[in-house]
Structure formats: C-alpha cells, structure tokens
Design a protein around this ligand. Structure first.
Ligand code: GLN
Length: 307
C-alpha cells in the first residue's frame, strides 16, 4: 500500500508544471536540476518505499539543523534554551530585525540565527574540524552509512556569499551569545549545511524521531523519548519558518525543510519520510515537496491531527 502511494505521488509530481524556484543566493545550489524529484518512506518495520530520484544526493542545508539541535541538547540539556528560544518566528529564515528586539537571543533553533547559536555550542571546547567531524559522524551513524560526505563546493560557495549569516553571527556575538570566533562558528555552520544525502539516507537518519528516540534498525537509544517528543514539537511549530503554519495545516506532520529542496517529515510511530524537489516557494520551502507530503499524509491517513 505505502509503496503504491509513493510511486503514484512520484509519477504525479513528475508531471506538475509548478515547480517553484531553485535557490540561487548560494550560487552552487542554482546549478541543480529543477526537474528532480525523490521520495523515500521507511516504516516502523524498516520497509523502504522509494521512488524517483531517491538515491540522488542533494544538499540537506537547514535539515541539518534537526541533527545539530539533537547533538546540542545531548551536550547542554535544557541549558540550551538559555541561548535560543523555541517559539515560531513568523519571519524569514534569515531575518535580522527580530534579533535586535530579542537582544541577540534567536527565536528558535531552526532559523539561521538560532542554528548558528546551536553550532557555536557544539563547537565550544573543540577545533572547528573536530566539531564538524562529530556532526558528520552523527549523520553517518544515524543513516548507518559511512559514505555520507560534505559537498565542499556548496560549502565554499556559501562561505563566499554568506554575508547575511555573517551579519547575524556578528550581531549575536555583540550580545555575547556566541562563545567562539565568528569565522569558526560560521565555517562549521556552512559545512554542516553542505552535507549531501539522498532521500533514503535522510529517511534512515530520521527514524529515531519517529520511534520515541530509538532507531528500530539497531534498537539503539539515540535520545530519550521525552527529547524526541520535544524535537518533533519544535519541528512542527518552527520547521518551515514563516511557512510552518501552512505546512502544519496542509501536511500535519513535524517537518524540517532546507533550501536545497529537501524536507524531512516524521509520522510518529509510523514512518520517517524524506522528499526532495529543488524548486522553492516564497518562504524558501520545497514547493512540490510540500505538495507531495500533503498527498501522502492524506492518502495514508498519517496526519497527526487525524484522517
Ligand atoms: N545554509 C543556508 C543558509 O544559511 C540554510 C538555509 C535554509 O536551508 N533555509 O542560508
């Protein structure tokens, strides 16, 4: 049943003319084929249903923020919430204005400022290379795949052009919210955003969130069930920036998007889902990714709000 629905949706998405706009503010991302579409669903038993370009690696960008949040909570526990809030922002992912009102404390860990603060916390006490290694190894461990790598061209492209993120970081530094040199924190941030993964790998990595903190493939407890619940809550309310309300309304699952066109969505107790379509909507979220997830949750009755 899941397999049939996944194939149907991938076929339907291939035909759609409305594909959104590929991100171009990171020049390297503008080279991606807007016609690409991949979908992978891994259910509680570990069955993988995949279609389209589900084996093609793409830039996970802000989806990495789910995993850096998980790592940072592991390091700092609830003390993390002194450095970053957990309320939806209602503003763009790279908004600067809110930071001034809130004295350098970002609204949530998924907007850029919040994710940079989280990266800074992971970096403290380490060299940038070690911190990045820790993040990459965590992704490889969760996906059970040692071949996951960082796309250096994407990282370099953003490092050259990420003036707005540099502004956010410097602004937070002025309030004492960042502990490390700004260029170190940004370097780690740009590189973890540039991790390249396929839909299948990403759906694997998200499984612990769908199963109360346990990766059912190995039985390993990745995080306590209470923490998995909380990460899902922040994904639901903040995972799509100022499009989070619309995503909850249409899809009804915790989800996290990235400007590479990927979305990781969690159907608690049921499945981990990854979709990729590079064209974005005005809020910087994958347009067809959202459309596909809306169709999927509707046909399988998977919205957390019922039917
Ligand atoms: N690396 C990107 C940036 O900082 C991530 C943004 C995103 O995926 N929404 O702009």
């Amino acid at each position: 049943m899941i397999e049939r629905v996944v194939k149907e949706i991938a076929d339907e998405m291939r035909q759609r003319p409305d594909r959104g706009e590929v991100a171009s503010y990171i020049p390297e991302l503008a080279r991606v084929d807007p016609g690409a579409f991949g979908l992978a669903v891994i259910d509680a038993e570990g069955n993988v249903a995949a279609a389209g370009d589900a084996d093609v690696p793409f830039s996970i960008q802000s989806i990495s923020k789910v995993f850096t949040l998980t790592l940072a909570l592991g390091k700092a526990g609830d003390r993390l919430w002194r450095r970053v809030g957990r309320e939806p922002s209602g503003s763009a992912f790279n908004s600067i204005v809110q930071l001034e009102h809130e004295r350098g404390i970002p609204r949530n860990p998924f907007i850029n400022a919040g994710a940079i603060a989280v990266t800074d916390l992971i970096l403290s006490g380490h060299q940038p290379r070690e911190a990045l290694g820790e993040i990459l190894r965590f992704m490889q461990f969760l996906s059970d795949d040692a071949n996951i790598t960082i796309d250096r061209a994407v990282a370099a492209s953003e490092q050259r052009t990420g003036f707005r993120n540099a502004a956010l970081a410097n602004y937070m530094k002025s309030f004492g919210v960042l502990e490390n040199p700004v260029e170190f924190t940004l370097g780690v941030y740009f590189h973890h955003c540039a991790i390249a993964m396929t839909c299948k790998q990403l759906a694997m990595a998200g499984r612990f969130l769908a199963h109360s903190g346990i990766n059912p493939a190995t039985g390993a407890l990745v995080v306590h069930p209470d923490r998995a619940k909380r990460i899902n809550a922040v994904m639901l309310t903040c995972g799509h920036y100022d499009g989070s309300g619309e995503f909850a309304y249409r899809v009804g699952l915790p989800g996290k998007s990235g400007v590479g066109g990927g979305i990781l969505a969690i159907a608690p107790g049921k499945a981990s889902i990854a979709v990729w379509s590079p064209g974005l909507d005005a809020a910087g979220n994958s347009h067809l990714g959202r459309v596909a997830l809306e169709a999927l949750t509707k046909r399988l009755g998977w919205s957390i709000f019922g039917v």
